[in-house]
Design a protein around this ligand. Structure first.
Ligand SMILES: Cc1ncc(CNC=O)c(N)n1
Length: 225
């Protein structure tokens, strides 16, 4: 039992250990309501406006990750994977603007909510040069994986996702994005395997915080604050 646990890759082990938290982020009532077709469109619009603000803060985070990879990574292909993420984000910013206009959501007058500000502040803390590449890439994988899992579920067998929301779900739920997340997970696992205990525990704590922030982020769609 201990032997097989040792051989198990770190991320998979953590997802098993923190399965309840992971599930609360990837099977949130908001995305489940998209999947079953009962979604409140004003909740969707709230999410759209808030996520645009988040994505804008995500750009410098990935840029900082690229810098860490360039300085610290033992594998040149990491840079190419992260650069691909930056390219996708460039496209995503344009998509948000088009989608917002489609739904008559004014991005310039959207005010960031508390949960969003806190999540963006957390991202900013991870941009510090003090934060290890291994910790930052683990966070990056987790941030991407929550959206991939959540939105892929909205497209899987038996889903009743409304036609007008399918494009949103495709954006993060498509197979290519799934493959990309898998590559990020492999990078994180490779780094974690070579890391000392203190980095490993920082990465685990960071993963858990990302999942908590993601739950709070989905909660904003309820519009109670
Ligand atoms: C709050 C949040 N978490 C993850 C993502 C997915 N990454 C980039 O788009 C996102 N858009 N928003």
């Amino acid at each position: 039992m201990e032997e097989s646990n040792k051989e198990m890759l770190m991320i998979q082990k953590w997802l098993n250990q923190h399965n309840e938290l992971y599930t609360s982020a990837t099977r949130h009532p908001f995305t489940l309501s998209i999947r079953d077709g009962s979604v409140d469109l004003s909740a969707f619009k709230r999410w759209l406006g808030q996520d645009y603000i988040f994505v804008r803060a995500f750009v410098p985070f990935i840029a900082s990750l690229l810098l860490k990879a360039w300085k610290e990574s033992d594998d040149d292909s990491d840079i190419e994977v992260i650069l691909g993420g930056i390219a996708a984000l460039n496209d995503e910013v344009s998509w948000f603007k088009r989608e917002a206009s489609k739904w008559s959501v004014s991005l310039s007058s959207t005010v960031p909510q508390k949960a969003n500000l806190e999540y963006c502040r957390f991202l900013e803390s991870l941009m510090s040069p003090e934060v290890d590449y291994t910790v930052a890439v683990t966070a990056f994988w987790a941030i991407e994986a929550v959206y991939q899992e959540s939105y892929a579920h909205c497209l899987s067998d038996g889903s009743k996702t409304p036609e007008e929301l399918k494009e949103t779900c495709q954006r993060w739920g498509n197979d290519g994005f799934g493959q990309y997340c898998h590559t990020l997970q492999n990078i994180a696992n490779r780094r974690l395997e070579k890391s000392p205990e203190d980095i490993i525990s920082k990465a685990e704590a960071t993963l858990m915080r990302v999942l908590e922030y993601e739950v709070e982020f989905w909660n904003m769609s309820r519009g109670e604050t």
